[in-house]
Design a binder for this molecule. Structure first.
Ligand SMILES: CC(C)(COP(=O)(O)OP(=O)(O)OC[C@H]1O[C@@H](n2cnc3c(N)ncnc32)[C@H](O)[C@@H]1OP(=O)(O)O)[C@@H](O)C(=O)NCCC(=O)NCCS
Length: 364
């Protein structure tokens, strides 16, 4: 809790008083909750309160001195925060400490005075790599202004399962019905069930063989969040407000690949979200079987479509073969790596990067 930064904002004539940015203290919780409600609204604050302890206090990648949350204060008043989710990043064959930035906010009356920039820079100075996913317009512009690399958006893929899958909220009901009727034969072909090559099995907790799976396949990826069993259990088995389903293909008890998914109701129909997956992208049969498992689960839950976000070109190719289509994505992804030197070429070729909706906290 020792790092504290005094701002020279008043030098720019944009703010008065002395602003300090330092680490979160447990007694800040009420003031932060109040600010969260003002900036993001009551419902978002309630949702945040439910997951806060899990998300920030119980993250297994936290440093010993607790959650990595930066708080901006004007004297004693909390006027902004930058929270983060520490992860270990596998990048270019090395592990480095990294963190996803999230729940960044500045009090409405203090916005556009340089405080956001100060919070971003403070967070970035204290991590080996700073990562941002699924940004608001304001934070996306700020990442751009500060010259984070824009390597997104993370491609979105959809597999239609019923004719309702192609409904658009901006079309009238009559237009939606007509398109549904017109596209039915096509949906029947792409949405058909594929045979399972290997038999995935559902499970609730990740055992040590998932750590070995990660160790075996990490070398296939140029960049990815390290997915060992401790991280995976925290991320997908233990969240308080979301219940994920998981299934894995095993070989003599050893995990060869897994999928994490859930079903939800959206205004225009039911969706199965394929939130995360891991396998050797070269092990086609394993990936195909996992995708076929998700198809069956989606159908059994009456979903109209499956939606996923996948950056790795190998996984996307297998998804397209399984009936997925790439559609417009709004899942922005910005990254800055501080711990090691990397050429700009590294950031231009992202086909070997493995990032999904399950990274960061976008599925909540
Ligand atoms: C995002 C946020 C934290 C930025 O804080 P801030 O103190 O206003 O940011 P700064 O004053 O340092 O702004 C720096 C740059 O960010 C961008 N920016 C900030 N607010 C913006 C807005 N409303 N629209 C577009 N760009 C914006 C601009 O590039 C700006 O540079 P400029 O002022 O030279 O044009 C603040 O706008 C906020 O709390 N927004 C609501 C919550 C939110 O969207 N959080 C992000 C969730 S991902």
């Amino acid at each position: 809790m020792s790092q504290s930064e005094r701002s020279g904002l008043s030098e720019q004539g944009q703010a008065t008083g002395t602003i300090a940015i330092d680490r979160f203290r447990p007694e800040d919780r009420p003031a932060i909750e109040q600010l969260y409600r003002r900036v993001f609204g009551h419902d978002a604050q309630e949702a945040s309160r439910l997951r806060w302890d899990w998300q920030y206090r119980r993250n297994p990648n936290n440093p010993p001195d607790g959650p990595q949350i930066w708080v901006a204060r004007d004297e004693a008043r909390v006027i902004g925060q930058y929270a983060s989710m520490p992860v270990t990043l596998w990048v270019h064959g090395r592990e480095i400490p990294a963190s996803w930035g999230m729940d960044v906010m500045v009090a409405p009356e203090r916005q556009r005075q340089g405080l956001g920039e100060l919070l971003f820079r403070t967070w970035d100075r204290h991590t080996g790599a700073s990562l941002g996913m699924g940004l608001s317009e304001a934070s996306y512009r700020l990442f751009q202004k500060l010259r984070w690399r824009d390597v997104g958006p993370i491609p979105c893929l959809v597999k239609p399962l019923t004719r309702r899958a192609l409904r658009r909220p901006q079309w009238s009901m009559a237009a939606n019905r007509f398109v549904s009727w017109l596209t039915l034969p096509f949906v029947r072909i792409v949405g058909r069930a594929r045979p399972l090559v290997a038999q995935p099995e559902p499970f609730r907790r990740f055992d040590a063989s998932f750590t070995r799976l990660w160790e075996r396949v990490a070398g296939r990826f140029d960049a990815a969040v390290k997915r060992d069993a401790t991280y995976l259990n925290w991320k997908f088995s233990e969240p308080p407000a979301i219940r994920y389903s998981m299934a894995a293909v095993r070989d003599a008890g050893e995990a060869r690949g897994y999928v994490v998914y859930r079903h939800l109701q959206e205004p225009r129909g039911r969706v199965t979200l394929l939130v995360d997956l891991l396998a050797d992208p070269e092990e086609t049969e394993v990936v195909q079987s996992l995708l076929a498992w998700v198809d069956r689960e989606a159908r059994a839950n009456d979903s109209d479509k499956i939606r996923t976000f996948a950056m790795h070109a190998g996984f996307r190719k297998l998804m397209r073969r399984a009936g997925y289509f790439q559609v417009k994505s709004t899942l922005q992804f910005a990254i800055k790596i501080n711990a090691i030197e990397l050429s700009s070429e590294f950031f231009q070729h992202t086909d070997g990067w493995h990032f999904t909706l399950g990274d960061s906290d976008q599925d909540r």
